[in-house]
Design a protein around this ligand. Sequence first.
Ligand SMILES: *Cc1c(COP(=O)(O)O)cnc(C)c1O
Length: 367
Amino acid sequence: MTDIPLVDLHAAHAEVAEEVRAGFDAVLAGGAYIKGPDVAAFEAEYAAFSGVRHAVGTANGTDALELALRALDLPPGSGAVLPANTFVATAEAVVRAGLRPVLVDVDPEHLLIDPAAVADALPGAAVLLPVHLNGQLAPMAPLLEIAGELPVVEDGAQSQGARQDGRVSGSWGRIAATSFYPGKNLGAYGDAGAVVTDDEGLAAAVRLIGDHGSGRKYVHERFGFNSRMDTLQAVVLRAKLRRLPAWNQARRAAAARYDALLAGVDGITLPRTLPGNEHVWHLYAVRVARGRDAVLADLQAAGIGAGVHYPVPVHLQPAFRGLGHAEGAFPVAERAAAELLTLPLFPQITEDQQSRVAEVLAKAVRR
Ligand SMILES: *Cc1c(COP(=O)(O)O)cnc(C)c1O
C-alpha cells in the first residue's frame, strides 16, 4: 500500500511541468530575476482573478499581511482584531506592522471569526482582520457592517478563488493579503505572496513599502523593507493560476466524497460550510471528540499523511504570552485545537486514496 500524502505537490507539478520549464528557460536567458514582465503579468492576472483592480506581488504571505496593514497608516500601537484560531502569521504581521493583536474567539460550528465576539472587541481598535480559514470566507456581510468605517483586511492565504454570495475572496475588504506558500491552493516553488485591493493609493503604498520605500532608484520616500516577488515564482504562479478554477472544483468534489464516505462514522464531526459560501477546501479537517492524537498516530502508522491545523491556538503560543491570555480565554478555539484532524486532500487525490483514508479513520476512531 503506497503512502497517501497530505498534499501531493508532485501531482500538481506534473500538470504544469512543461510550461514551467519553458518559462524558466526564458527567464534564465533574460537575466531579470526579480519582478520583471512575468511578475507584472501575474499581478494583472491575479487582480482579475480576485475581482479587484490591483495586485502587488510580495516575497511571502506574512509580508503581504504586514504590507497591507502598513499601507493603511494606522496609529502605532492601535488594536487589530483577529481570530485566535489561525496560523500564527496573522498575529505576527500585526505585531510587525506596529499594531497590537486583539484576539477573539471563533464560532463553534464553522470555526470562523465570530461576529458577536468582534462586535465586543472592536470598540477602540483600528482594523479588523478576518481569516478565511481552511478555504471558506468568514461571514463578510455581518463583519463589514460591524466594522463600519474601520478598514477590513482579509487574510486570504487559504481561500484563493473562494466565494461568498458570489463575491470572490480578496474583493470584500479594503485590502487583502494572500500566500503562495507551496502547499496553498495556488502554490509557488518557494515563498511568494500578494496584496490585492481596488484602492490605487493603497496598492501604490504597498509597492513602495515592499521595495525599500522607493519608487525611483535611490530615492527612499518612506521607511520600507524588501519584499518583492521573484520572477521564477511568477512563471510558476501564472501556469498554476490557469488551472486553479479546475483544481478548486476538484477539491470540492473530493470534499463531497469525504462527506459521503464519512457520513455516519461515530466519534467524528464533519466540517461545515457556512451558507452562501463556495468553499475551496484548502484543508478538509474533521473533529475527533476523543483521542485525536491516537487517531492521528494510527493514520500516520498506516501511511496516511494526516495533520493538525493548528495544535496550539495563537494566544497559548509562547511567543504571544505577552498578550496575557491564560488557558480558557478562547474556549472554542482551544477545543478546536484539541479535536481537529486534517485529512489528505489535493486536486489529484483519487477515489481509492480517499476510500482508504476513510476506512483507516473509521477503524481508528472505533478503537
Ligand atoms: C500561510 C498563511 C499565512 C502566511 O503565509 P506565508 O506565505 O507562509 O508567510 C498567513 N495566514 C494564513 C491564514 C496562512 O494560512
